[in-house]
Unconditional design. Structure first.
Length: 281
């Protein structure tokens, strides 16, 4: 994590000064114009153990402070190692929900979703996967290539074709850039409208995600996301016409059936409980 490397260069001479520097670095990371929801979650995860790492009673000497600082770094390194196991655990959590001969709709490219589908295929479950093109990115093509390389039948469809194929699928699977406090998700643009279509068609909508993407945000609507909003209606030039949209959207919790995570299968309301448990520890 970049913040860990930054703090290893800290010139702080006391616990208080070190925590102040870590807090400032974390906030600067969250204020970046290029930030993502996962970066905000990561900054909070980084800061939490530093603030809660107990100092020895005799902390007046430089040696004691240095020992404490190295203990903090070791704790953060251990957490990073643990986080690297989360995607595998999240995929295993969702495995029982992927039945043989399932037809699945996937939006964009999610490493957690890809891993879950690959594990299901290795368990000899025959799958057919529709993948949205996920414009303006090439994420859909990337997902189809990866699935086909694993001998999974995958077809690329237009984003606008979701409504026409929704009754042919058994479920929708998406990843998440961030999971907010009420259990809603922030993900690549187009996720929300797919969730709306899935609910209208009475199809389960599942998110596969790692718990380190749980973020203390509470968006009220699409305009309340932690990214710059695209300016609209700023040009009437007929020679320069291009699509203008944000890169992500927010899917409210009422459209999400379940979340497959490294800490188990959660309902959207379970996310808030997990966040409270973690940050109160």
């Amino acid at each position: 994590m970049a913040l860990l490397e930054i703090m290893k260069e800290s010139d702080a001479s006391s616990n208080f000064e070190f925590v102040e520097q870590a807090t400032a670095a974390s906030q600067a990371f969250k204020d970046l114009d290029t930030k993502k929801a996962s970066m905000i979650a990561g900054a909070d995860l980084f800061l939490h153990p530093i603030k809660n790492h107990s100092l020895p009673q005799d902390s007046s000497t430089e040696d004691v402070f240095e020992d404490w600082k190295q203990s903090v770094f070791a704790s953060l390194e251990d957490r990073l190692k643990e986080y690297r196991t989360y995607r595998e655990k999240a995929a295993l959590t969702g495995l029982d929900f992927i039945k043989d001969d399932a037809v699945i709709l996937v939006h964009s490219f999610s490493r957690a979703v890809m891993l879950l589908l690959q594990k299901a295929a290795k368990c000899d479950r025959r799958l057919r996967v529709f993948v949205t093109e996920s414009r303006p990115s090439d994420a859909g093509q990337k997902a189809v290539r990866e699935l086909r390389s694993q001998q999974v039948a995958a077809e690329l469809i237009l984003d606008s074709a979701v409504g026409s194929i929704i009754n042919r699928v058994d479920m929708v699977l998406v990843g998440a850039e961030g999971v907010v406090q009420n259990g809603g998700i922030i993900n690549q643009i187009g996720t929300y409208q797919i969730a709306v279509v899935a609910k209208a068609a009475n199809k389960p909508f599942f998110a596969v995600t790692e718990a380190y993407k749980f973020v203390r945000l509470f968006p009220l609507n699409q305009a309340d996301l932690p990214i710059p909003t695209a300016p609209y209606f700023t040009s009437i030039d007929t020679n320069s016409i291009k699509a203008n949209n944000p890169s992500i959207d927010y899917t409210p919790p009422e459209y999400i059936s379940l979340l497959f995570t490294n800490i188990g299968v959660l309902s959207p309301t379970g996310v808030s409980e997990e966040l409270v448990k973690f940050y109160m520890s």
